[in-house]
Design a protein around this ligand. Structure first.
Ligand SMILES: NC(=O)c1c(N)nc(OC2CCCC2)nc1O[C@@H]1CCC[C@@H]1O
Length: 327
């Protein structure tokens, strides 16, 4: 093939492999057998080996970087990554609802989301390509962990549309991966991670991306940084559907609630269903849905007045650490 035909073939292989990867990792519905995926990947690797100028940052071959970093650069977030006020019981939720209605009136609508117990991160895409990933840090300044985030298969290296957008979410380690990792560490006499959140944070702080790649991390995205209305969106629930359309992963258990009674119902339902989840949650996040209402409510110094986190009590499990000490 001449150069032009090679470029065309590389573009075709990118498109195929991104589509197969999305179906496999995000939808959990493989489109082709692994052997077919591997064969296309091998073809792309061979073309890239002979034509390094055809290696692009969003190539599926560029997920696990080669070199080990010296350290992490600092990243200043364009808009601060806020924290959440807490609610500990039904009364706190109803107080939140009263405070919200005092400002925006009776027609307020909420979105409830599972509160993923992981590490808050930010992803920046330019013209559809993933260019920067960082930790929340202190809310204003985080660490550049792009190389490690590229290894997370549910983070697309290229969006469905060539938009520029910053999105925020929670990177997490599924319970099964956490237990398997601790079993391996126990075999090797290494100290254990206390919980999946620490394991995810520890994995994303590795300077060698190969280690992060081996930890089977995943992610749920839950908000757009900056002004979501620039994408023609009027509410938080719409923005989550928009992220889905872009090929980003959001948590499908979310629910739009027309009243605080429905919110209370959702909280009770997930308090009972929590142990069956394949990942850990530490509560429910309740957000006012319409952006005009969010703007009327505004922020305190560190968290929005239009959102709160209902915290579940710590899960009643005897941790493996105690098991080991007693054995
Ligand atoms: N952990 C979560 O699942 C979660 C969520 N589903 N939604 C938000 O909304 C942000 C945006 C407005 C203020 C907080 N934050 C979440 O986690 C935050 C990140 C930093 C502190 C909380 O853990």
């Amino acid at each position: 093939m001449d150069k032009v035909e090679l470029e065309k073939r590389v573009e075709e292989l990118h498109k195929l492999l991104h589509e197969y990867g999305y179906a496999y990792y995000v939808l959990d519905q493989p489109m082709v057998p692994d052997a077919v995926y591997d064969q296309y990947l091998k073809e792309l690797l061979a073309i890239e080996a002979d034509n390094p100028d055809l290696i692009f940052p969003d190539s599926p071959t560029q997920r696990v970087g080669g070199n080990i970093l010296e350290g992490f650069e600092k990243v200043t977030h364009k808009t601060p990554m806020l924290s959440l006020s807490n609610a500990f019981n039904e009364e706190d939720l109803r107080d939140f609802d009263r405070r919200v209605k005092a400002v925006v009136g009776e027609s307020v609508r909420y979105v409830c989301e599972l509160k993923i117990d992981g590490l808050a991160i930010s992803l920046t895409y330019e013209n559809g390509t993933f260019v920067l990933g960082s930790t929340r840090g202190d809310g204003t300044t985080g660490e550049n962990i792009t190389a490690n985030l590229r290894t997370i298969r549910t983070i697309p290296l290229r969006l469905k549309n060539d938009i520029s957008i910053e999105v925020r979410g929670e990177a997490y380690m599924p319970k099964k991966s956490f237990n398997k990792l601790n079993e391996e560490r126990e075999q090797k006499g290494e100290d254990l991670f206390a919980n999946p959140r620490n394991a995810a944070a520890g994995s994303l702080r590795q300077l060698d991306p190969k280690i992060a790649a081996s930890r089977n991390l995943s992610i749920f995205l839950y908000s757009i940084g900056g002004d979501p209305e620039q994408y023609g969106l009027d509410s938080h629930s719409e923005s989550l559907d928009y992220l889905d359309e872009m090929g980003l992963t959001t948590n499908k258990e979310r629910r739009v609630c027309q009243t605080i009674d429905e919110v209370v119902e959702y909280v009770k339902e997930w308090h009972d269903k929590r142990p069956n989840l394949s990942y850990e949650i530490d509560g429910i996040v309740v957000k006012v849905d319409r952006f005009i209402h969010q703007q009327e409510l505004g922020f305190t110094a560190k968290s929005p007045r239009w959102a709160t986190a209902y915290k579940f009590p710590a899960e009643e499990v005897v941790t493996r650490l105690i098991d080991i000490e007693l054995s």
